[in-house]
Write a protein that binds this ligand. Structure first.
Ligand code: SF4
Ligand code: SF4
Length: 401
């Protein structure tokens, strides 16, 4: 089946009969197609905590990238930090990043990855008996091989939420070993939810150098989160922000959001060293790099953030309040993340893998006439689950670009 037919098949599967949603797309061009990326010199930088490294305010989250040429284009445009994960594309994303940076001066870029240990129960945020420090070392070692580098600059423990996990003896031992063996320069956590607890726990250890956290204009409990960020920064932890667009710019066919306003809002916090942006086109890359030249928000941008379009956000706070409310035990936070990747970020591959994590049974919500879940973000979770669960019917071959 050719690419056009594949795309059409995917479109029909995920959009359903209404066809009302946006088609999740992907970057498919060869490296030559990115040749027009314009070099932006003197990008504004901030210090990344006790690492002592200075990085531009925009970094690249590579999860949405399917072309190593685009990684190189971002590098050529001045981006220094590239962040992947062991679970993006089942490890293939790390290979792609390594290819994109191959042959470059090793000191001229920074590579990070979220290395997920065996035995991490994402739903509870706790480690099970399956976790071992040796196993975690192996996970990080495999990641290093995939990048094809002599070392990784930053390895983070993903889905960090609970103090017990962040301060787990085996995790800390692994992190220290990785550094000692020279495989990794800096270690950290990444957190989508329960971030206050995770940050405070990380700050207490003295081990972690970096924290990658969800931070956007839709976050609840901003006061508490900002205090935890300040506490972590005081402990020398460099903060990198992710999920900064709060689920991207639109809900299905809804209005576009002002991306400059959304990203500038994040950088108003001086403790945020950089934004890890899941950029997917040269235009987006250049727009972001131009944006960081002047962080002062215009009246129009301030207004754009207060413009509350009903249903316009796809951002799930990952607060887990829905979990005990669902009598059928659905992993709703994971499903909502998958929904956001598909309909917001238009990253079908990441949505597909995330959906698989939720381990849905057939017809997951059919037993309920009405949904019992009162979502903290006001989502109609039943309807969103119906929209995203169709992606299960799409074979992975059709999703990966
Ligand atoms: S209650 Fe809503 S916002 Fe909170 S985790 Fe569940 S779906 Fe996400
Ligand atoms: S309809 Fe609501 S309560 Fe019922 S299974 Fe779906 S998410 Fe759970």
């Amino acid at each position: 089946m050719d690419k056009n037919n594949r795309r059409e098949f995917l479109k029909m599967s995920i959009l359903g009969a209404s066809g009302a949603a946006l088609l999740p797309g992907s970057v498919k061009a060869s490296s030559g197609d990115f040749g027009s990326a314009m070099r932006m010199s003197n990008l504004p930088e901030r210090l990344l905590g006790k690492t002592g490294i200075k990085i531009p305010l925009i970094s690249m989250g590579t999860g949405g990238t399917t072309n190593s040429g685009f990684v190189r284009a971002a590098y050529d445009s001045g981006v220094k930090l590239f962040f992947s994960a062991t679970y993006y594309g089942n490890g293939n994303n790390e290979i792609l990043v390594g290819e994109g940076l191959k042959g470059l001066n090793r000191d001229s870029f920074i590579v990070g990855t979220a290395a997920i240990p065996n035995g991490l129960d994402k739903r509870s945020g706790l480690l099970t008996n399956e976790f071992t420090a040796d196993g975690y070392m192996k996970v990080a070692g495999e990641s290093l091989k995939r990048f094809g580098l002599d070392h990784i600059d930053i390895v983070v423990l993903p889905y960090a939420a609970k103090k017990e996990t962040v301060q787990h003896e085996g995790v800390l031992k692994t992190m220290e070993q990785l550094k000692k063996q020279g495989k990794v320069r800096f270690v950290g956590i990444s957190s989508h939810g329960e971030t206050v607890e995770a940050l405070n726990a990380a700050a207490e250890t003295g081990v972690y150098d970096v924290a990658m956290i969800s931070y956007n204009y839709k976050i609840q409990d901003k006061v508490l989160l900002d205090a935890a960020i300040a506490n972590a920064v005081k402990a020398g932890i460099g903060i990198v922000a992710m999920k900064t667009t709060a689920g991207a710019y639109r809900e299905k066919s809804g209005p576009q959001m002002n991306s400059n306003a959304i990203l500038k809002w994040v950088l108003q916090n001086p403790h945020i060293s950089s934004i890890v942006s899941g950029m997917r086109s040269v235009e987006e890359l250049q727009k972001n790099l131009a944006m960081i030249q002047d962080l002062k928000m215009t009246d129009e941008e301030i207004k754009a953030l207060s413009f509350n379009v009903p249903g316009a956000t796809l951002y799930c706070q990952q607060c887990k309040q829905c979990l005990p409310q669902c009598p059928h035990n659905l992993d709703i936070p994971t499903l909502m993340r998958s929904y956001m990747y598909a309909y917001g970020y238009k990253n079908t591959e990441q949505a597909w893998y995330t959906l698989a994590e939720a381990k849905l049974s057939a017809n997951p919500c059919n037993a309920c006439d009405i949904c019992h879940v009162q979502c903290a973000s006001g989502f109609d979770v039943k309807s969103k689950i119906a929209d995203i669960e169709r992606l299960r019917n799409v074979p992975l071959d059709f999703v990966v670009a």
